[in-house]
Write a protein that binds this ligand. Structure first.
Ligand code: ADP
Length: 263
C-alpha cells in the first residue's frame, strides 16, 4: 500500500514507509498549478494556418516532474512557451493557480514570468564577461525572495566553480549555471526546452541530475522537453504530443533516477 505525506506548506512529497515506490497520485493531494482546457495556438505562415496546439487539456501539479515527448514540430516548444507566459494561446483557457493567463496583459505576464517561472533553453545564454556567480547574481539581485548565488550554484554542484567564466567551463557546466540562474529566485515552475540537446550523453546526465535535484529538494514543478524517450523514465508523468495534440499521458509507476538511465 502506498501512503504519502505532504510536507506542510511545501510543494514536494515525501514517502512515509520504505516499501513504497513511485509518486502519489497528485490529484488526491493538491490543486493543480496549471490547468489547460482546449488550449489552441494557431500560427499563420503566409496563407497557411499551422495549428501548433490543437485543443489540449491537462492539469500539472506542484512538485511533479513532467517530460514532454514528441517529434519535431509536434508543438512542444509552443506548449512550453504558453505555460511560461512567453506566448499567448489563440483560444482555450490556461490557468496558473487561480489566475487566468489566457487573458493576461503584457504587464501581468511579465510579473508571472518574473515571479513564478524559471527557464532553461538548449543554449545557455550566459553572459561571457561575467563569472558563474555574477551570472546568477543578475537574477538574485532583482528577485523577491531569492537564495544566494552560492546556494543556487551549490544545488547544481558548482560551488567550486563560482569564479569561472563561461569560456572556462564545459557545456554541461554552463548549462548547470543556467539552471542555477533559473532556480535562484525559487520559482514554482522550471521549464526546460531541450536542456540536453547540445550535450553528449554523459554531460547530459549531469544536467538532468541537477534538474532532478531541484525538483526533489525545492519541490519545483519541472517540465522538460526532449526527443529522447529514455529520459521519460525519470518523470512522474510523460505527456506525448503529436501534431499539436496530446496522444497520451503516461504515469510512471516508479520514477527512475537519472543515474540509472542508459541510452
Ligand atoms: P516542437 O517544439 O515540437 O518542435 P513547435 O512548437 O516549435 O514544435 O512547432 C509546432 C508547429 O508550429 C510547427 O509546425 C512549427 O513550424 C509551427 N510554428 C512554431 N512557431 C511558429 C511561428 N512563430 N510561426 C509560424 N509557425 C510556427
Amino acid at each position: 500500500m502506498k501512503v504519502f505525506g505532504w510536507q506542510k506548506e511545501e510543494t514536494f512529497y515525501t514517502e512515509n514507509t520504505p516499501a513504497q515506490t513511485g509518486p502519489p497520485d497528485p490529484k488526491n493531494a493538491r490543486d493543480p498549478l496549471f490547468s489547460a482546457r482546449g488550449l489552441t495556438k494557431v500560427y499563420l505562415a503566409g496563407e497557411v494556418e499551422v495549428r501548433a496546439l490543437d485543443g489540449v487539456d491537462f492539469d500539472l501539479y506542484p512538485g511533479e516532474f513532467i517530460v514532454l515527448l514528441g517529434p519535431s514540430g509536434s508543438g512542444k516548444s509552443t506548449l512550453l512557451n504558453n505555460l511560461g507566459g512567453l506566448d499567448v494561446p489563440t483560444s482555450g483557457t490556461l490557468a496558473y493557480k487561480d489566475r487566468e493567463l489566457t487573458g493576461a496583459d503584457e504587464e501581468e505576464l511579465t510579473a508571472f514570468r518574473r515571479d513564478a517561472v524559471g527557464f532553461v533553453f538548449q543554449f545557455y545564454n550566459l553572459i561571457p564577461s561575467l563569472t558563474a556567480l555574477e551570472n546568477v547574481a543578475l537574477i538574485t539581485e532583482i528577485a523577491k525572495d531569492p537564495m544566494t548565488p552560492e546556494e543556487a550554484l551549490g544545488l547544481v554542484g558548482l560551488r567550486e566553480r563560482m569564479d569561472h567564466f563561461p569560456s572556462q567551463m564545459s557545456g554541461g557546466e554552463q548549462q548547470r549555471v543556467a539552471i542555477a540562474r533559473a532556480i535562484s529566485k525559487r520559482p514554482e515552475v522550471l521549464l526546460c526546452d531541450e536542456p540536453t540537446g547540445a550535450l553528449d550523453v554523459k554531460t547530459g546526465i549531469t544536467v538532468l541530475e541537477a534538474i532532478e535535484r531541484v525538483n526533489r529538494e525545492l519541490g519545483t514543478l519541472a517540465l522538460v522537453i526532449t526527443h529522447n524517450a529514455v529520459i521519460a523514465d525519470m518523470a512522474d508523468r510523460v505527456i506525448h504530443l503529436s501534431d499539436g495534440r496530446i496522444s497520451r499521458i503516461e504515469r510512471n509507476g516508479a520514477r527512475r533516477s537519472v543515474r540509472s538511465l542508459r541510452w
